[in-house]
Design a protein around this ligand. Structure first.
Ligand code: NAP
Length: 456
């Protein structure tokens, strides 16, 4: 818990709505890690109150602000200065306190650039396709121009909006680099590889649409960057990867726009190790995965299916994924290849899921959290729920079950007690929350998980 005292400085977000923002998490985590006495809070601000909010914030000595929908453009009227990016894009999302008011910056653009650089992607002298011509696409176009792309093609449903961006940016940079077109004009482009930015809102969860469905388009993609980050792997990214291209989402853009704002407010530079720690938290929070862990027989699969139905999430069981990949049941893998081999399969499956998975309830094998590396992956994959069950209940539930390789042989009850004693501290360490399940119905357990998950 943050300590607030007479020296605490305030940071905040102006927008409407602001209830689902990730910004407080990013900035408060940075303050916590760096030991800086600042608190970041969201302010639900109406359009008609925006001027008063900016002036009031300055009078209240607020150190810095972010602006989000619907204020990114209008707020520019109330600032003492605006940096070149914000001015050219026509939108700012960060206000930095100066001697005579706030100066506006567009750290969305700077954040995307930092993401791109983190993947060692060079935009200079490259041919680029930008899909979309909304507010975000403007920032992408500015970034590509500033980085000296050779040519930029902006494709949009409403072609006049793409033309506006092209004219404006070509004029701003004094060179004729951007060409506008419709969503179908990729068919006329030279058949070679391009860096492609997907900057429309198509594909945002829960819709899994894609702005261009034609597989031929993806033959043009060398690297695809979708600035959407929910789902974690969008259909656009899937299609890029299927065509052999590299693909990334916009979660690091979100991370870095926040980090750059924080750097501007505090006149510091935030290193990659700290950025990585914040990113881990962001991953956990934005992916909407609920991971169920616990001893065999604790009800992970049954509860998991119910939870997935309630949230409209996918459900997967890591043991089932392994069985499908290996083409044989878990009991046979144990028998023929041994436990260590099976644990390696678990790590491989988990690593693969970690690349793509979001909005999913995941039931994990009872021994999966035993490996350090698996616990690490689970922690960034989502919200980990430990279903704690008493040994007596497990013995009752698993009586006569011959599919559990670790309980075969003489005296399975003693084996259950032994294994539970060994594993309990591991489950406790790995779980974000622990739910006692003994004697409770599946509905009661699901409800408890939902209550805790909503608070997280
Ligand atoms: P915007 O200004 O509303 O622009 C929306 C874009 O999507 C326009 O190009 C629009 O085309 C296109 N579009 C919407 N519905 C369409 C449809 N049915 N068919 C074809 N095209 C359609 O939104 P924005 O602010 O640019 O944001 C775009 C996306 O970027 C959002 O999903 C947002 O979440 C994401 N974003 C991510 C970050 C990050 O940090 N990762 C930051 C900013 C934005 P028309 O012009 O033809 O309407």
């Amino acid at each position: 818990m943050m300590k607030i005292d007479g020296k605490t400085r305030l940071l905040g977000l102006l927008g409407a709505p602001v209830e689902h923002t990730m910004s407080p998490m990013i900035h408060n985590k940075l303050s916590e890690i760096l030991g800086i006495n600042e608190v970041y809070v969201p302010f639900h601000t109406k359009k008609e109150g925006l001027e008063a909010a900016v002036k009031g914030a300055y009078e209240l000595n607020i150190l810095g602000l972010n602006a989000t929908v619907p204020h990114k453009n209008h707020i520019m009227e109330y600032l003492c200065d605006i940096d070149d990016g914000g001015r050219a894009i026509g939108a700012v999302n960060t206000l930095v306190r100066m001697d005579n008011g706030y100066k506006g910056y567009n750290t969305d653009m700077l954040g995307l650039l930092r993401e791109v650089k983190s993947y060692e992607i060079n935009l200079s002298n490259q041919d680029i396709i930008i899909i979309g011509a909304g507010g975000a696409a403007k920032a992408v176009a500015y970034m590509c121009m500033r980085e000296n792309a050779s040519h930029i093609y902006i494709l949009n449903r409403t072609v006049s909006k793409a033309q506006d961006i092209a004219e404006h940016m070509n004029h701003h940079f004094g060179k004729n680099v951007i060409t506008a077109g419709t969503l179908l004009s990729y068919k006329e482009l030279e058949k070679k590889k391009y860096i492609v930015f997907q900057s429309t809102s198509i594909g945002l969860y829960p819709n899994d649409d894609v702005i261009i469905a034609d597989e031929d388009f993806y033959e043009l993609v060398d690297i695809g960057i979708d600035i959407i980050y929910n789902p974690f792997e969008t259909t656009f990214m899937k299609k890029c990867r299927k065509a052999g291209a590299r693909a990334y989402n916009g979660l690091k853009m979100l991370l870095y726009q926040g980090i750059i704002a924080y750097e501007l407010w505090n006149q510091i530079s935030v290193g990659e190790e700290i950025a990585g720690a914040v990113y881990e938290k962001l991953l956990k929070k934005t992916r909407n995965n609920i991971i169920l862990t616990g001893f065999m027989g604790c009800g992970k699969s049954t509860v998991g299916v119910l939870l997935s139905e309630k949230y409209g999430y996918r459900f997967i069981d890591t043991d089932k994924v392994i069985e499908e990949k290996a083409g044989q049941p878990v009991s046979e893998i144990f028998e023929q290849r041994g436990e260590e081999y099976f644990r390696c399969l678990e790590t491989a499956v988990l690593t693969e899921l970690n690349e793509t998975l979001s909005n999913t309830v995941i039931s994990t094998g009872g021994g999966l959290p035993l490996r350090d590396e698996n616990r690490k992956i689970l922690s960034s994959l989502g919200y980990v729920v430990y279903l704690d069950v008493e040994a007596g209940e497990v013995i009752r539930r698993l009586a006569g079950d011959t599919t559990r390789p670790l309980l075969q042989g003489e005296n399975p009850e003693e084996k259950i007690h032994e294994l539970m004693e060994y594993r309990r501290p591991v489950y406790e360490q790995c779980g974000d929350i622990c739910i006692q399940v003994t004697g409770k119905t599946i509905d009661e357990i699901a409800e408890e998980i939902i209550n805790e998950y909503q608070k997280a």
